[in-house]
Design a protein around this ligand. Sequence first.
Ligand code: OOG
Ligand code: NI
Length: 458
Amino acid sequence: MAHDSFLPADDIRTLFSESMSRMYQQEVPQYGTLMQLVAEINEQALADEPALQQRLQETGELDRLSLERHGAIRVGSAAELNMLRRVFAIMGMHPVSYYDLSEAGVPVHSTAFRPIDESSLRRNPFRIFTSLLRLELIEDEALRTRAAEILAGRDIFTAKARLLVAQAEAQGGLTADQARHFVAEVLETFRWHQEATVDLASYQALQNAHRLIADVVCFRGPHINHLTPRTLDIDSVQQQMPTVGIHPKAVIEGPPRRRCPILLRQTSFTALEESVRFSDKQAGTHTARFGEIEQRGMALTPKGRALYDELLNRSRQAPAQADNDAHQRQLADIFADFPDDEDRLRIQQLGYFRYGLTEAGRRQAERGESASHEQDLEALLKAGLIKATPIIYEDFLPVSAAGIFQSNLGGVQHQAYAQNANQAAFEQALGCQVIDEFGLYAKLQHDSARQVCQALGA
Ligand code: OOG
Ligand code: NI
């Protein structure tokens, strides 16, 4: 079959992300309300800050903003994770980074499936934070065996989804018609199923071991547990959520508000109580599905990330603050040690930047005049021939993720698991290695630098 008769992976991802968003609005109406609030606040932020609008326009983020969201799911077995990798690959989403959450008392490890190249990210950066349950962390051996048995008895994919995945792999893509079927079939995996696969007593036993274990093990599929729109002003959204009847978690996770936003700030609202029918016909409820918003900033280099981790650790050792305002003030004090202007962030190599020609640079390149060979990027910047724009962070933060997990596990704090990270076991289950996020950002920066240098003959 001719290659150009296939729907591009980017378009399949957009179809999927839009279908998922429609489904989640029906399943969790508060998500729709939150999307509306976020859209209003984004519009306001753009109106208030023409410079922000201009920058987002230049980086292509303005167009993707209303499309942009991430979701999260949790699966129970290596086979499930492995199949998900194949499903996401068809949509141009690949596993980036390894996150160990056992340290924070959550018995999972995770990756984020997302587009990795620049043009795909610009089209639609849809990401799915995907966690694999670590049954080996359940202490009670009988319960561990029971959980494994329950999981072995389910198939979270429809037969048609499996068929279409095999077909896509064999053909090297899907036609528009096949892609629509594929999206509809895959959506079934992420849907909420009211019928649990276990009786009430089994559910309660697993719930008592860890609420997250019950959530992963007792249902027919890994229901999408949140979808997260991107906001340009998370502080306003946090503040205004109660005015639309949504109750946010106590504090915003991640770095404080800054002039130059870094990494990722996140907050969520508490999970919905949904009715469940157990296999012994008993009725009950389950709370797992919630809402979240995020504000994204600059991707940090390993050096910048080390500084972030150090300051974040310092803030976690400081006394816990009762409310978000006090928490943010304390955080801001501690993060005063993190440079907050773009020149210093760049010169100290704390963040990643994309280089581009200015108007003057473009004219010079067109005239074919070459800049002196000695000129490095900083000299070209000073000469006004190029500009540097922060590269947006596309990934997640393990400490923040743990905070998000905890906030909808009913406030029960869990002990850290003694066992630590096991990336090799995760990759074995996944069926490939995860991609190193720093490598992706470094390449973007490097490629953009090479392009401007080439254009200017520097
Ligand atoms: C995932 C929590 C992590 C994020 O945005 O950091 C996450 C989950 O609750 O399954 O989504
Ligand atoms: Ni999330």
